[in-house]
Design a protein around this ligand. Sequence first.
Ligand SMILES: Nc1ncnc2c1ncn2[C@@H]1O[C@H](COP(=O)(O)OP(=O)(O)OP(=O)(O)O)[C@@H](O)[C@H]1O
Ligand SMILES: [Mg+2]
Length: 251
Amino acid sequence: MGFLQVSGVVKSFGGLRALQDVSFSVARGEIRAIIGPNGAGKSTLFNVMTGLFPPNSGEVVFDGERISGVPPHRIIRKGIGRSFQITNIFPRMTVFENVQVALFSHHGKSRNAFGLARRYPTIAAEALAILGQVGLAEKHEISASILSHGDQKRLEIAISLASRPRLLMLDEPTAGMSRFESRETVELLRKISREQGLTLVFTEHDMDIVFGISEKIVVLQQGSVIADGAPAEIKANPQVRKAYLGEEIQE
Ligand SMILES: Nc1ncnc2c1ncn2[C@@H]1O[C@H](COP(=O)(O)OP(=O)(O)OP(=O)(O)O)[C@@H](O)[C@H]1O
Ligand SMILES: [Mg+2]
């Protein structure tokens, strides 16, 4: 059984089967992409895997514990961080405060208010360290609302890192970024994954990024897994090429 095991997950919205019998497993420390055309069910799968939606059937097991149907705040405590397809930051706070709030929430759960107050300097240092990891340390004092789109996405990654995840799930981490910003973000994710032994699961439309960074790829089409394997196998898979009309996947 993998570090993350998705087994027979079905999710319907009314009459629409957004996920049908989805199964795959992810090893510890792996970088795994989930790809598929628009509406294939990628975000829905993320939402099931991070507790936003309970599945109609099937289950998700993380590090030996069943997490499907567990509410999102408890899933975070188990070591799963996530970012959303639509950026989710506090625009009226500074970059630093955004990460600080996330750290308070992470540390605060297990301590009383007095203990937390004593930890202020440590938390400030930790926030700066995390911002350094994502390349935002120099911008820590500015308002999150005036960051470029790429920097907002990076801030979101920093916020997800504050909960010290062992698994990070990113839904289109480079959406809306320039080519240059995307490359930088991908390098950053690779570095963080390597340095911290972090398992990374992400969705992405840019095939250069997908094939450049992933160790394994799951392909969804209309809610079903049509392929699961190493990048070379996925590239050569006729069903995958058909799903993408042969346009995006080039030799
Ligand atoms: N909350 C919801 N209520 C009803 N239908 C939904 C809901 N969320 C997703 N769907 C439907 O489920 C299907 C899968 O959508 P999903 O957002 O998971 O696709 P996706 O692969 O993430 O697409 P994209 O690449 O455009 O982000 C779509 O038909 C979508 O309209
Ligand atoms: Mg989506």
